[in-house]
Design a protein around this ligand. Structure first.
Ligand code: XLS
Ligand code: NI
Ligand code: NI
Length: 437
């Protein structure tokens, strides 16, 4: 097959001094950080939907993307050809993983059976390309939000036939993810939410969603899919209120419906922003519940209230994410998945390379800085001192659950009024971070 990117070589690591726009300045896959290679830490993944399917349209204008390999049709042939292009791209970039929705990789047919067949045909090519390149599937998922049948949701649709259709689609998507050796499967709540509560039986919809996820778990066990299941929180868009609002809401839902053992979270930076949280916050919430599974690496625009899905370039954010990851032992099945799209103005194929190179370098820097912060030790010393009253005496007893209110009252009555004992040192910490940046 003809190369789609004939002028682009495999992207090399050139080091921080390089001015080559087609080289990594920080992502050096084999470089060891805290005992593991950068490649093992970061587990970069390219998304099929934005990078190979997004025409770069917006509500005011048509797509601008120039993609010379596309023949303009929604045929299986075009889809198969696109797989070869995608893998040439991923291989040249040196990303070890990719991720897809069923309908990104193969066209929807006129019947569900035809959609299944289309999927199978394209999966054959994906398999070949995975073997040829050793690029692996980070996770698969089903698109349960684009077709008009899902206008009121899928697993929370008020219509049982739509629910059944969605289940059939997820069943098939799980099978192909398994067949391709996928390391995970994502449930992002497409249109699971509401536009107005006036017409919505929320309690019933949430019960249906929980049952749907239980059925998915049952089927996962049945086919022996060893990968992880993730829920991806998002507070709004496309619906006014998405049920999987944020990490805490998802964890509560999973716990309430006895699903917590079967799911981790796939956190997305832009979704954190939309929820009014920092990504740092979302990562800490998930990590505290041992549920930090995978990351959709992108970022939003603080001045825009929607999911702009920009490539990550904010070094503070990548540092925070990598700090939490290092602290919690790193990815197991997950990775840094670029759920990001180039701007409508960045329509050339070359821009896809620049975007991913920038995102990978931003996270490689984040990793190096996070490791430097940990090695430096000044910040962890501040945190340690801040909590030192819990390490012995009364604090230790409280943590051990050995005493109650009565003992605490007795203790407090005998003590002088506890004045603020140590400064929070926020400014000093920020100075240290900027010094290590
Ligand atoms: C949309 C979501 C979506 C999921 C996969 O906002 O980020 O792309 O990651 O369905
Ligand atoms: Ni996402
Ligand atoms: Ni998103």
């Amino acid at each position: 097959m003809k190369s789609a990117f004939p002028t682009i070589p495999r992207i090399p690591y050139d080091g921080p001094q390089s001015k080559n726009p087609l080289a990594f300045k920080h992502y050096n896959p084999e470089e060891i950080v805290e005992g593991k290679t950068m490649k093992e830490h970061l587990r970069f993944s390219v998304v099929y939907w934005h990078t190979f399917r997004n025409p770069l349209s917006d509500p005011f204008g048509t797509g601008t993307a120039i993609r010379p390999w596309e023949d303009g049709s929604d045929s299986v042939e075009n889809a198969k050809n696109r797989v070869r292009v995608a893998f040439e791209f991923i291989e040249k970039l040196g990303a070890p993983f990719y991720a897809f929705h069923d309908r990104d990789i193969a066209p929807e047919g006129t019947t569900l059976a035809e959609s299944h067949r289309n999927l199978d045909a394209v999966v054959e090519v994906l398999k070949e390309e995975q073997q040829r390149t050793e690029v692996k599937l980070l996770w698969g998922t089903a698109c349960l939000f684009a077709h008009p049948r899902f206008v009121h949701g899928a697993a929370t649709s008020p219509n049982a036939d739509v629910y059944a259709y969605a289940a059939a689609q997820v069943k098939k998507a799980l099978e192909v993810t398994h067949e391709l050796g996928g390391q995970g499967y994502v449930f992002w709540g497409g249109r699971e939410g509401y536009s107005t509560l006036w017409n919505t039986d929320m309690k019933r919809e949430l019960k249906h969603l929980a049952r749907f996820l239980h059925m998915a778990v049952e089927y996962k066990t049945k086919i022996g899919f060893p990968g992880a299941f993730y829920i991806e929180p998002k507070p709004k868009e496309p619906t006014k209120h998405q049920y999987d609002f944020d990490a805490a809401t998802c964890l509560n839902f999973l716990r309430e419906h006895d699903l917590l053992n079967h799911f981790k979270l796939n956190l997305e930076t832009n979704h954190a922003t939309l929820a009014g949280h920092t990504m740092f916050h979302e990562c800490e919430v998930a990590a505290a519940a041992d549920a930090l599974g995978s990351i959709d690496a992108n970022m939003g625009d603080e001045l825009l209230g929607w999911d702009t899905d920009q490539f990550p370039s904010n070094i503070y954010t990548t540092t925070q994410v990598m700090l939490v990851l290092l602290k919690s032992g790193g990815f197991r099945t997950g990775g840094l998945n670029f759920d990001a799209k180039v701007r409508r103005e960045s329509f050339e194929p070359m821009d896809l390379f620049y975007a991913h190179i920038g995102g990978m370098d931003a996270f490689a820097r984040g990793l190096k800085i996070a490791a430097a912060i940990r090695a430096d030790g000044r910040i962890s010393e501040i945190i340690k001192n801040r909590y030192s009253s819990w390490d012995s005496g009364m604090g230790e007893k409280i943590e051990a659950g050995q005493i109650g209110f009565e003992e605490l009252e007795k203790y407090a009555l005998a003590q002088p009024d506890p004045l603020p004992h140590t400064s929070g040192r926020q400014e000093l910490i920020e100075n240290i971070i900027n010094e290590l940046l």
